[in-house]
Design a protein around this ligand. Sequence first.
Ligand code: PMP
Length: 426
Amino acid sequence: MTTSEQLFQQAQTHIPGGVNSPVRAFKAVGGTPVFIERSEGAYVFDAAGKRYVDYVLSWGPMLVGHNHPAVREAVVKQCEKGLSFGAPTALETELADRLCEIMPGMDMVRMVNSGTEATMSAIRLARGFTGRDRIIKFEGCYHGHSDSLLVKAGSGALTLGVPSSPGVPAALADHTMTLTYNDIDGLRQAFDEYGDSVACVIVEPVAGNMNCIPPLPGFLETLREQCTAHGAVLILDEVMTGFRFGLQGAQGHYGIEADLTTLGKVIGGGMPVGAFGGKREIMEHIAPLGPVYQAGTLSGNPVCMAAGLATLELISQPGFYQPLFERTTRLCEGLEAAAREAGIAFTTNHAGTMFGGFFTTESTVSNYQQVMACDTAAFNRFFHAMLEAGVYLAPASYEAGFMSAAHSDADIEQTLTAARSAFASL
Ligand code: PMP
């Protein structure tokens, strides 16, 4: 029995499925999840000491690389002063000021503890602000596991075949309308019919929870236009895309301004942090300024704020992003070339520092239906061959991959060498 097999067996006695978040269980790809002991730069090391080039990056947060000394030092320094006070600190103001300086259209921001909390709170705020109940989301987009949003959801919900989870009251799900991502006509029709009863639209500006699907030209623009025309709040869920396209997130990259933006992952540099923020006239409806209630014992936690600030400092350095964009492109081009050599039908998408591979004969993949039609069995075999060769990809074909500043040309080469053998073995 391997060390991970042993640890996984022990974990299952008192933890449902042996994991604290479902996709970690390797249910989609089969086999035993790798138990990680430590991380450094572009690598994670399992409990038996094996090194993996990591493209999961804790599901996105580790943009500067794992265990970056500057982030670690900021955390340790804050720990020496205390872990939590439940009272305001200057660090929270510093991070809020910085975010509002960077993000287009963000006048005010509230810190929370996860992406789920950020989107759940943003939805409540949009409903409270507009006095409407109906929300619109897109099939295959994942916005965390709050009731209203666990309807036709992506990521682990999709992987485990429960995109609409039992336990979500039908009466609540009825208020969630689900449209097809990148379907501009469908969007216009829905707004023509229901627009004036829509509280908000929530969207991943680049979908990263049904693999990696960038927006088609006109999709986000139409969303912006329709929300404005019908008085609906546009929530850009940048929990995943935030800081992965440059400091201004996907909205800066695509030139679309949100009414509310949700953040998570990178903003905490590996610590549990989320945030929602946006236009002053909407944010002023949040308690204690306004009547929409939202709170958190550990929200704005000083250790988390310190990690976030240190991460922001690193990614704000001039020239931080360009090498990451280039390496993401090189990786995708290399994977496609490797597949071609082996005669495997395969294509990739990438945007910013996010990427995804698809086992399909289609030359482009731009919607949910196309993602669902991909050969998951081929992905699963590819995944295990890569893992064996020391490359850690997300353990499901519905997840985006991520690049970090720590991934070197040599890491990309190792990945492509592994991919050539993996494709050949299919
Ligand atoms: N929104 C998006 C776009 C996400 O990708 C995720 C998590 N992958 C969430 C929200 C939920 O964040 P968390 O897991 O921190 O609750």
